[in-house]
Design a protein around this ligand. Structure first.
Ligand code: BTN
Length: 250
């Protein structure tokens, strides 16, 4: 049996990631909880995730490692999940004729605008990665955004078309499960494709070092084995940043 998914649609829920956490023990691997409206959608860094009800895809995909066709992933290799999910979204967008890049660790950008946010929440028990809740917010039909959302875009704004959420989700999941299957069979390919798609790679741009508060110019060189963002400063030194340590100035 290929990597199967089973979709449960909610009209309204606080957050599909919260619901997935609550139901985790009873959910099979491959279950997808999708919401037309989230009342407390969560983003990275403790931010909220705003989405106009019925306009966008907001869902969580539950993976249970070692169950079904989901292979075990070593806890120190868990970045491969980010790679797979980000590349699945990128490929879905590409099928719609939109070229997207991946802003490390897993935002999806079109040009300098964010089209999709991903919140991956993993559980490690006794040194083993047991489950992952991959929460995805993909802007589909929304054409105006609250002013406090930095540089947003949507698929409709990019293509001028209107999308059906249910059909789109099925197509997106096919791409996601294809990439997730590669976590075992072709992790090197995922890493390579991720690096190829990396937003701002090899270009000089401005960043903020959240530790020192300093603004600096740097060039993204790649991702270290421990999933740090490697940025070369003007003096030629390369430093690895964790997610909490660096901000992009866009
Ligand atoms: C981010 O870019 O900050 C991540 C946003 C993740 C949003 C999605 S929407 C579906 C799922 N449920 C949540 O509460 N958050 C994720």
């Amino acid at each position: 049996m290929k990597n199967m998914t089973h979709i449960i649609w909610y009209d309204t829920i606080d957050s599909t990631n919260n619901e997935a956490k609550r139901l985790l023990p009873e959910l099979a691997s491959g279950t997808v909880l999708a919401a037309r409206q989230q009342t407390a959608g969560r983003g990275q860094r403790g931010n909220s995730w705003s989405s106009k009800p019925g306009n966008n895809l907001t869902f969580s995909l539950v993976l249970k490692f070692g169950e079904g066709n989901i292979p075990d992933v070593r806890p120190d290799c868990q970045f491969v999940i980010s790679e797979a999910v980000a590349l699945g979204v990128k490929e879905f967008l590409s099928e719609e004729g939109v070229v997207a890049s991946i802003k490390w660790p897993n935002d999806i950008y079109v040009g300098d605008r964010k089209i999709c946010g991903i919140l991956i929440e993993n559980t490690v028990k006794e040194g083993r990665l047991t489950s992952s809740i991959a929460g995805i917010g993909l802007n589909m039909n929304q054409d105006t955004f609250p002013p406090d959302i930095p540089n947003p875009t949507s698929l409709a704004l990019q293509t001028g078309r209107t999308y059906d959420m249910e059909k789109s989700l099925v197509r997106l999941l096919a791409h996601l499960m294809d990439k997730i299957g590669k976590m075992e069979t072709a992790p090197g390919e995922l890493k390579e494709s991720y690096l190829e798609a990396l937003y701002r790679k090899g270009e000089k741009h401005k960043y903020i070092d959240f530790i020192s508060g300093e603004e600096f110019e740097g060039t993204i060189k790649g991702i270290s084995d421990s999933a740090l963002l490697q940025v070369e400063s003007e003096d030629g030194s390369v430093r690895g940043f964790s997610f909490k340590e660096i901000g992009y100035i866009i």
